[in-house]
Design a protein around this ligand. Sequence first.
Ligand code: HAM
Length: 416
Amino acid sequence: MIKAVRGTKDILPAESCVWQEIEKTSRDNLKLFGYQEIRTPVIEETALFVKNIGEETDIVSKEMFSFVDRGERNISLRPEGTASIIRSYIENNLDKISQFQKLYYIGPFFRAERPQAGRLRQFHQIGVEAIGSLHPALDAEVIALSAKLLDSAGIKGYKLKLNNLGCRDDKKKLSKMLKDIFSDKKGEHLCEDCKRRIKMNPLRVLDCKNDGCREVVRKTFKEASFICAECKTHFEEVLKFIGMLNIKHEIDPYIVRGLDYYTRTVFEITHEGLGSKDAIGAGGRYDNLSLDMGGPDVGACGFALGIDRMTMVLGRGKESSTVDIFIANIGDAAYEKAFGILNDLRNNEISCEIDYEKRSLKAQMRAADSMGAKFVLIIGEDEIVKGEAALRDMKTKEQILIKFNDMVSKIKEKVR
Ligand code: HAM
């Protein structure tokens, strides 16, 4: 039997209701914060990610699903959303409509990582990109929005960690500083990956999860002394606005993020319930990306939450009621009557289901129960003669009789 591809999973009905709830409350909140949805393709030219996420990042160097298509073009499944959104912003001249754009997306992303709990090859994000402002209040608002989406989804106990990476020049200074520190003896204690990183992408040494590296790094590097005055002030302002919004947070000088486009504010949200892959969401500012990609010189920031990880923290799916009314019927005449009522109820926005198999009343009641029906409408030969049916409340077990003529209005009263 052919099974689902390694690192992908089916979202079954018992779980999809949790996904729908997360997506719905998120969309409501995103509207509240002035965001509009953008949907971009899941495939893009590989160069988009290589140039903009960074050639030496883990995502680009080892995790992309890339292929050459029939037209000899290099294509990749999108590993993240930010580069695609900025591409679309520039390509569709969205800055000409309004230079400031608040965009959000919900959808699948792909990274060829080694699969484990909470780490998938097809995963899903809710992401936002606020493009067109350098103002520190925007950083604070974006961070507040990430917390609001998690709160509204019912996720408790997450931790928000912030850092200031400074501008591109500051990042260069930090890279050089780390290279200098770890090129000598201290570097010998780093893991093999970090030894490579020191040469190619020194910043990533700071957030290596390897215990040995963490110890060496924490002993050697304490604070961001390399940051310029302008970036320092910007971050202080961000913290001031975050304070005004009452958002609980920690400053963590070891957060650098795995994508090269970030500058200034970066943040990560972690949750203990996720084990070693503990990031439930992350984001930050990326003020050079639009200009680098040939677009206008605009500041921007955003974040993405991992929906798969959000559902993991919330626990397995809960059974939800699928229909308001299940129509149990006995005999051919009752079946025909029931079929008509089924249609009338659905036309009146009342969800209902019927038994197609003409099973016993007992079997039909069992089916209604496992379906989570709130009421069962029972129609038998007697009921046809009397012109009425019994409506049973599956919770209280109370039963009332309803005339066929009043059926829709009476049931509406009950289910609303
Ligand atoms: P990221 O940190 O690479 O950032 O991913 C954001 C979130 O996506 C992670 O915190 C995690 O919850 C989820 N995620 C990532 N990889 C996987 C995976 N293999 N399996 C399950 N979940 C995963 C970005 O993608 C940036 N584009 C975020 C951003 C938007 N920054 C600015 N704007």
